[in-house]
Design a protein around this ligand. Sequence first.
Ligand SMILES: Nc1ncnc2c1ncn2[C@@H]1O[C@H](COP(=O)(O)OP(=O)(O)OP(=O)(O)O)[C@@H](O)[C@H]1O
Ligand SMILES: [Mg+2]
Length: 231
Amino acid sequence: MSEEAGAEVLVEHAGKSFGRIGALDDVSLHMDRGEAIAITGRSGSGKSTLLGLIGGLERPDRGKVLIDGRPVWLDRHPAQARRELVGFVFQRHLLLAALSARANVEVPLIGAGVHRAERRRRALALLEEVGLADRAEHLPSELSGGESQRVAVARALVNEPRLLLADEPTGALDSVTSERVLDLLFRLRDRLGMTLAVVSYDPDVAKRADRTLTLIDGRIGDTGEAGIAQA
Ligand SMILES: Nc1ncnc2c1ncn2[C@@H]1O[C@H](COP(=O)(O)OP(=O)(O)OP(=O)(O)O)[C@@H](O)[C@H]1O
Ligand SMILES: [Mg+2]
């Protein structure tokens, strides 16, 4: 595992509102390269918003979000920068409805210029890892919720991102499948050294993570670190 493999994340006094709704307030967080954190907190506490800020999908109203010292959303090619750097497992709208499971997994590789046969090989290998080798050519409408979720995990991992942001990646899975998906995530973290943030209520995620961060009404509660993040 190379030292540069994982991305470094720095969130400084970040705030985000949607109209009159304050989603995040004065959130500060530092993630080392290759660190894995679990993010918990009640529904509506700002977990998905925080992942969106870290991944450059949302722009903070206040404060800074830096990945390897650079603000992702100021990049001249933000979509491309994200594609190369960040893997996302979204909480909703997991898959593109018109594409097969395999084609969905291949999507992040298309912009990266990976050859068709290689895309197919990598997608099938990951679908096998999440236990869906026999569903590769199925459409999302033909998959169960948990199967879709596993395809989404495979898609987020296919370009071996330096930063993986996963929003409830095991929320729809039984305990055996959930463990299998977590094994895959943490095994890849160990192998590639990627930085990992996982929003989850699953105690198994907190157990495997280096630390747990709890959001309370858009603010950081118990961080398990004495550093820059303040309650
Ligand atoms: N696009 C938006 N427009 C308006 N309000 C929003 C938007 N996105 C989020 N919010 C609000 O911001 C707050 C934080 O939302 P967020 O989705 O980050 O919560 P969460 O912790 O992920 O919740 P859950 O566990 O239910 O997924 C909530 O009050 C939510 O209603
Ligand atoms: Mg959420």
